[in-house]
Design a protein around this ligand. Structure first.
Ligand SMILES: Cc1cc2nc3c(=O)[nH]c(=O)nc-3n(C[C@H](O)[C@H](O)[C@H](O)COP(=O)(O)OP(=O)(O)OC[C@H]3O[C@@H](n4cnc5c(N)ncnc54)[C@H](O)[C@@H]3O)c2cc1C
Length: 387
């Protein structure tokens, strides 16, 4: 099998690399490579540069402003950007609500919301999970009651990533309490500045503020912000989740992680373990490329993307474990402060040691968010294996 790039693809990869080298701030790149936390501006400045280039919407069809790339270009784009130390594109606008809007929204909604997503001038967050409705999402209780041309929304969302940076939140809300759970849900867009929206931080084990509780207290939302039909939001919800699980395997970041492990340790027993995880990453990459090729031929991401999510999570966690082993005893001091660039603390051990333990703890999330590993396995057993 000849895996060498064709000249036109090599030229494309070179163009992406040159763009990243010109537009990615060295400070942001340094945070990626050293495992530090980003600020909001790290993401916004980078995503707006991609937006100006017309590349932020690289997964969108051409008629909605995508660049019209094939699977190979998408693959090269993601990999080159990861190699160059670019932050992961925050998915809530461009990879989640954007596709829902261009697939299920009205012409007016597309015109109103898509440009802000494509330019990254409007930040989005995802209001699906609630206390009591995570894996069992259809159990959600946030209530939207119609009053004239508005809904009055009351409830609580939780684990909402980047709600503190968000201008808008897309929410699943209950609009019918009589019907079967899945049939009484609607997909509603809510401006975070609306009176009655309160965001409360949840601080994670690595000390980062990335997730939040969002309280909705008599929030008045225009009916014009409903996507699709009332009570048919579950269709949008499922469509979005399949897309979410595809990107969540994080293969390019894991490839960078393997490179980082090699740089950390020259111990022969580590080399064997690193080679093992490298092979696992390559196998996952092949499976992801197969799923992308199916999509390129017109298919939608099917239930098999759950397998990618499970393997991607396991691999990310394994890389974090190996990083702990590679730095040995220096992984033991818990130094989350070192992940923030404005800290004055002095690291214990070599520079690359402090992120190891916080990152290990942070990576526990990968087998929970986007649908836990157990839930993905249930999906595979029912929908792929037919058990
Ligand atoms: C870092 C992070 C970021 C997140 N960001 C967002 C976000 O931006 N927006 C959002 O809406 N949500 C977000 N989530 C929420 C995430 O989607 C949920 O945590 C996830 O769906 C699991 O739900 P839960 O936490 O309520 O756990 P539960 O559903 O209560 O599950 C608890 C445990 O029971 C297991 N379990 C549950 N049901 C079954 C079953 N039927 N069979 C076998 N095992 C089962 C689960 O696998 C899990 O181990 C985020 C979560 C994390 C950790």
């Amino acid at each position: 099998m000849d895996l060498a790039l064709k000249p036109e693809h090599q030229a494309f990869a070179d163009e992406v690399r040159e763009f990243a080298r010109k537009n990615l701030s060295p400070a942001t790149k340094e945070k990626t490579l050293s495992g530090k936390h980003y600020d909001r501006d790290d993401h916004v400045v980078w995503q707006q540069a991609l937006g100006r280039q017309g590349w932020l919407t690289y997964t969108w069809p051409k008629k909605y402003g995508g660049p019209g790339w094939g699977v190979t270009e998408r693959y090269l784009f993601e990999n080159v950007l990861a190699e160059e130390g670019a932050p992961r594109i925050i998915p809530f606008g461009v990879k989640m609500v954007g596709p829902v809007i261009y697939t299920f929204g009205t012409a007016e909604q597309k015109e109103r919301f898509l440009p802000g997503i494509a330019a990254s001038t409007v930040a989005w967050c995802q209001g699906y999970s609630e206390p009591g409705a995570g894996s069992d999402l259809a159990n959600l209780r946030t209530r939207a009651v119609r009053e004239g041309d508005h809904y009055i929304v009351n409830g609580q969302k939780t684990w909402t990533s980047y709600a503190h940076w968000g201008d808008w939140i897309f929410c699943l809300v209950r609009t019918n309490t009589e019907a079967k759970p899945q049939e009484g849900i609607s997909f509603l867009l809510i401006d975070m500045k609306t009176p009655g929206v309160t965001v409360r931080p949840i601080i994670m084990l690595d000390g980062a503020h990335a997730v939040n509780d969002v309280f909705l207290d008599n929030v008045k939302v225009p009916v014009a912000n409903l996507i699709g039909k009332e009570n048919e939001g579950w269709t949008c919800a499922k469509f979005l989740l399949a897309n979410e699980r595809l990107g969540i395997a994080e293969v390019p970041a894991s490839k960078r992680g393997v490179g980082m492990l090699r740089a950390l340790s020259d111990d022969p027993s580590m080399a064997e373990r690193i080679a093992d995880i490298d092979l696992q990453v390559q196998a996952l990459e092949m499976s992801e490329l197969r799923a992308l090729s199916t999509m390129a031929l017109g298919g939608a991401p099917g239930p098999e993307v759950s397998t990618l999510k499970v393997r991607g999570s396991e691999i990310q966690q394994r890389i974090a474990e190996l990083a702990m082993e590679a730095v040995g005893e220096y992984a033991a001091p818990y130094q989350p402060g070192m992940l923030f660039h404005d800290t004055n603390e002095t690291p214990v051990g070599p520079d690359h040691a402090p992120p190891a333990a916080p990152r290990y703890f942070n990576m526990r999330k990968t087998s929970i968010y986007g649908g836990s590993t157990e839930i993905q396995k249930n999906i595979v057993s029912k929908m792929v294996l037919g058990l």
